[in-house]
Design a protein around this ligand. Structure first.
Ligand code: SAM
Length: 410
């Protein structure tokens, strides 16, 4: 029989983890089981030794007999792995690592047997299909959260965690009188606050989802805000009617570009709607910034799975770096930029993690990232271990950034 080697397929935000061997070829982490060792145990040991990462779950994907080097065949056994770990540390066995997007072009030094296996994974095929699809259909197909009434409780908690810092930043750019637009306005908390704080301005909330617009509109009516309206529309394909009504003095969005993979196009589209002295204020997070003290396995696994869901849909939920590099590549003035990260320690706030995971859960199962039994274990860990009074956590670190078209003084 051919020798056996177990191989880990681990998704990060930029793709699948490959390591560079002494032949300068890229390979999946893993190796040979030792005498008496099971395949999964061998995988856990090899990945820990080679990369310093802890595998938390493994799911068998398949096996292939492959000619690793001319004349030498090995039976490769592939597992999809979830993992945790403080950082990736390579052993002397490998000289470098890369996260590779296998839905794009194959690097020359990546053997085709790895490439073909990874390309045929269900999740990669789904991603390729989505890449070819229409942008707005894609947003609708990949937006993982519920909308309308079913997301009311979660968005209310999000609002009480994140609103203080958002308002603190945004109030510096709120005009006393002008036109204001919030894109991806959700249930309208921030739009209502802006309309109240700047009564001589007209405020508009735009959201792709009609359910959200219904709830936001009734919130504005209950508050008696006559300077605030909400409309259904896409942040990228700006409604013509809106365009013809004039430029905006302030455009803002929060936790919205997070769900859009054409971020450059979205930011450019928003800039074209600004008046020459207008400001675009964005606040978007990095999902990878979440942590708990002490570490809770279910919390780490839930976050890793949500990141992986984004990746297979072509969306990097670690979007701080992405937004900063887009902004610095555009012809704009950066007026102000800062990071914000709230501490999430009250029980009523910590519950948001369970609620978010439960909303993602059917999507994670549908995309084959997890089975129901595993999802239930994570949900239980979030409902019990993570909710314990001895656990505190860092919420999403966000980048708050205010930019204006070039020409205006910063
Ligand atoms: C996570 S919610 C955030 C809501 C609100 N901004 C807040 O911070 O509470 C994201 C919102 O963006 C909307 N959205 C997603 N993609 C969009 C797009 N392409 N154009 C407009 N809205 C979009 C969703 O419908 C959802 O209401």
């Amino acid at each position: 029989m051919e020798p056996v080697s177990v191989k880990a397929i681990m998704f990060g935000p930029r793709g699948i983890l490959f390591v560079k061997n002494p032949r300068d070829d890229l390979e999946l982490p893993g190796g040979r089981p030792e005498a008496g060792e099971g395949l999964e145990a061998a995988l856990v040991r090899e990945v820990s030794e080679e990369c310093g990462l802890d595998i938390t779950t493994t799911s068998y994907l398949g096996s292939r007999s492959c000619e690793i080097i001319p004349g030498r065949r090995v039976l490769l056994v592939f597992f999809l792995c979830e993992f945790t770990g403080q950082g990736l540390t390579l052993s002397e066995e490998h000289s470098a690592y890369e996260w590779i997007d296998v839905a794009t072009e194959k690097p020359e030094n990546l053997p085709s047997f790895y490439w073909e296996f990874c390309q045929n994974l269900d999740c990669v095929r789904v991603r390729r299909l989505h890449a070819a699809a229409d942008i707005s259909q894609q947003t609708a197909a990949t937006y993982p959260l519920q909308t309308g009434e079913s997301d009311r409780q979660r968005l209310q908690i999000m609002s009480s965690i994140y609103d203080p810092a958002t308002k603190d930043f945004l109030r510096r750019y709120l005009p006393t009188e002008g036109r204001i637009l919030e894109v991806g306005s959700g249930h309208g908390q921030i739009a209502c606050w802006m309309a109240t704080g700047s009564p001589r301005s007209t405020v508009m909330g735009l959201d792709i989802c009609p359910n959200q617009i219904d709830l936001a509109t009734s919130a504005a009516q209950q508050l008696g805000l006559t300077n605030l309206t909400f409309r259904v529309g896409d942040a990228i394909r700006f409604p013509d009617a809106l365009r013809s009504e004039g430029a905006f003095d302030l455009i803002t969005c929060r936790f919205t570009l997070l769900h859009i993979n054409e971020r450059t196009e979205a930011i450019q589209a928003l800039l074209t709607q600004l008046s020459p002295s207008g400001t675009l204020v964005m606040e978007e997070p990095s999902l990878a910034s979440l942590f708990s003290v002490p570490a809770v396995a279910g919390f780490e696994q839930a976050n890793a799975l949500m990141m992986a869901y984004g990746w297979i849909n072509g969306i990097d939920y670690d979007c701080v770096e992405d937004i900063w590099s887009i902004v610095t590549g555009l012809d704009v003035n950066v007026k102000e930029a800062r990071f914000s990260q709230p501490t999430v320690w009250r029980k009523e706030h910590k519950e948001v993690v369970y609620l978010s995971f439960q909303q993602f859960r059917p999507q994670l199962i549908k995309r084959g990232l997890i089975d129901d039994e595993r999802a239930e274990t994570i949900a239980q860990s979030l409902a019990r271990e993570f909710m314990d009074d001895t656990v505190i956590s860092g919420g999403l670190r966000t980048l708050q950034i205010a930019i204006s078209p070039r020409g205006e003084r910063p």
